[in-house]
Design a protein around this ligand. Structure first.
Ligand code: SF4
Ligand code: SF4
Length: 99
């Protein structure tokens, strides 16, 4: 499930597979697979408990609002500008047609 501002993410390079995060997860959303923590986002409720017990800092809560969303916002602004230019062009063309 997508829970809002933060989601837990595991850095597989740093994770040592100690299993502490899996032990404390109240939703049984973490399994240790091939010595690495594996989060089931269908079960995770983003409570943040796992983030507090990870001693290697492999598991962190990050904001999913990210560049992708910011980028979309920027794209929207660009589109608005384009639309404005088009409208101005149309008005000019109309005036020219009318003479
Ligand atoms: S944020 Fe909470 S529910 Fe999600 S994996 Fe970590 S301990 Fe489990
Ligand atoms: S507590 Fe940290 S190091 Fe241990 S399994 Fe979980 S993510 Fe990996």
């Amino acid at each position: 499930m997508f829970c809002g501002m933060w989601i837990p993410v595991v850095d597989l390079m740093t994770c040592i597979g100690c299993g502490k995060c899996a032990e404390v997860c109240p939703d049984a959303a973490i399994a240790i697979v091939e010595k690495k923590a594996n989060i089931d986002y269908n079960k995770c409720t983003c409570c943040g408990v796992c983030d507090r017990v990870c001693q290697t800092e492999a598991l962190k809560l990050i904001s999913p609002q990210m560049p992708a969303v910011a980028e979309k916002g920027a794209q929207l602004e660009t589109l608005k500008e384009d639309l404005k230019m088009l409208k101005q062009g149309l008005v000019k063309m109309k005036k020219e047609v009318r003479g």
